[in-house]
Ligand binder design. Structure first.
Ligand SMILES: Cc1cc2nc3c(=O)[nH]c(=O)nc-3n(C[C@H](O)[C@H](O)[C@H](O)COP(=O)(O)O)c2cc1C
Length: 446
């Protein structure tokens, strides 16, 4: 591992040299046109292969309905030209909210979600022409051990985990959610998916990453005497049942999942880790799961990794940690290379599935060239930006119009959006969005 460093790459040649110095495989292509054509990704038609990845805004109404700021965010994404807008985590029930301002999809809030779909599509059509209609996928979630429905922790845990327990001061024998309760939550996902279809979304994502409830079932090796813990078949049951039930209930709806390829939490407490070498990544189960998801009807997966509340740098390589956070003991380009390598490995093992990776924002304006090389060589299906899209919602329009992103508009990976989310404050880019310029300076953020 090389020491952490800030971004200083001025050109593709510089990126190549730095990757060479660090011994990393970072492919690059000047011509990004492979990202710009119409395509079908995992069964969904997209006007281009540019995607906005889900980014919680923590700005919903108390009811869970999108607020005026939520709608502004999605209008900006719509107008920005991305072909796929993967809408942020929306809770399927109240005790699953990550904060009191997380979106929540229920009978009572469906009108607000229809409006979000409508305004996003209208903004897209107005800015890009009536032929441009982005694919809209809504991420559905239960925050599980990270639930804070009233602002303070109310963890619902699938297994006791000595690595994550200290985050909330949980005792080693904290009570576990029952199998019956897990089955009830599965049904809430199915109901929410139905509502998402009625609201006009093209698809839903059963969020199974970042240590939240569904993702924790995948890692629940130590859960005993349970339909949802222990052997692989049991740990994957809740996710697969959810996907199958949604396919039955809403056959016209695209069903996808955002998976952590690996939790990077040592075996037996993390998914995607090696039983013989607990700190080593092992993708055997992840590959098997992606195959089972495809068979169950989910042929599109978005990949992430790690548990952001525990070690955020794995999922979001950055220059600067959140205030008070640790500087990681690896170079951010190593983190980016890990994202690329794992996405490529999963895509290679599942050629019929569309794989969308993450972690490109640290590359700033060099991201599209790397993504073009990934997509052009069949190592993934699209270029997705999370923090990068929050900072630069019209990145797609600039790529379509001029083949490049502006280095003056890119995300600086300052982690202040993560900080806002942790503080349960509305999330925006304090560096690039004039409406958020003062957010980081507010005393309550310190
Ligand atoms: C403030 C913030 C909110 C996020 N919210 C979500 C979310 O709702 N769902 C999700 O799957 N990932 C979420 N992520 C992770 C991003 O989608 C993305 O995987 C991560 O930022 C790395 O990609 P990037 O380098 O393009 O930012 C969030 C990240 C940040 C910083």
């Amino acid at each position: 591992m090389a020491p952490h460093a800030r971004f200083r790459l001025r050109s593709a040649a510089h990126l190549r040299d730095e990757a060479g110095r660090l011994g990393l495989d970072i492919p690059f292509r000047d011509d990004v046109s492979v990202l710009l054509d119409r395509a079908v990704i995992g069964g969904g038609a997209v006007p281009n292969r540019l995607a906005v990845l889900p980014m919680e805004g923590a700005d919903a109404e108390r009811t869970g309905a999108p607020s005026a700021s939520t709608l502004r965010r999605y209008r900006r994404y719509g107008a920005g030209g991305a072909g796929l807008i993967w809408c942020e985590a929306a809770a399927v029930r109240a005790d699953g909210r990550s904060n009191p301002s997380q979106l929540m999809l229920t009978e009572g809030t469906i009108g607000g979600f229809s409006r979000l779909v409508d305004e996003t599509r209208k903004a897209a059509g107005k800015a890009r022409g009536s032929g441009h209609s982005p694919l809209l996928i809504l991420q559905l979630t239960h925050s599980g051990r990270f639930a804070k429905p009233e602002g303070t922790p109310r963890p619902l845990i699938v297994q006791n985990n000595p690595h994550l327990a200290p985050l909330h001061g949980l005792p080693p024998d904290h009570p576990l959610v029952s199998d019956d309760e897990l089955a009830a939550i599965r049904d809430d996902f199915v109901e929410a998916a139905d509502l998402a279809a009625s609201a006009g979304f093209d698809g839903v994502d059963i969020k199974a990453c970042h240590g939240y409830l569904m993702s924790e079932t995948l890692a629940a090796h130590s859960r005993e005497d349970s339909r949802y813990g222990g052997p692989f078949e049991n740990r994957t049951r809740l996710l697969l049942e959810t996907v199958r039930h949604i396919r039955e209930e809403a056959p016209g709806l695209l069903v996808t999942s955002r998976l952590s390829t690996t939790d990077l939490v040592p075996f037996p407490y993390g998914f995607g880790m090696d039983p013989d070498e607990p700190d080593r990544i092992d993708l055997a189960e992840t590959k098997a799961l992606v195959g089972l998801l495809a068979r169950a009807g989910a042929g599109l997966v978005a990949l992430s990794m790690g548990i952001p509340a525990w070690k955020p740098h794995f999922g979001r390589p950055f220059d600067t940690p959140v205030p008070g956070g640790a500087v990681p003991d690896e170079h951010p380009l190593e983190g980016v290379a890990r994202h690329l390598a794992l996405a490529a490995e999963i895509q290679r093992s599942a050629p019929g599935t569309a794989v969308i990776g993450a972690g490109y924002s640290w590359l700033r304006a060099l991201g599209p060239g790397v993504a073009a090389a990934m997509v052009g060589t069949g190592r993934s299906a699209a270029f997705g930006l999370g923090r990068g899209a929050l900072a630069y919602p019209d990145f797609a329009a600039d790529l379509i119009g001029g083949g490049r992103m502006s280095s003056r508009k890119v995300c600086t990976t300052c982690s202040l959006c993560s900080h806002l989310l942790r503080r349960q404050r509305p999330v925006g880019c304090v560096v690039r969005d004039p409406e958020f310029k003062n957010a980081a300076g507010e005393g309550s953020l310190a």
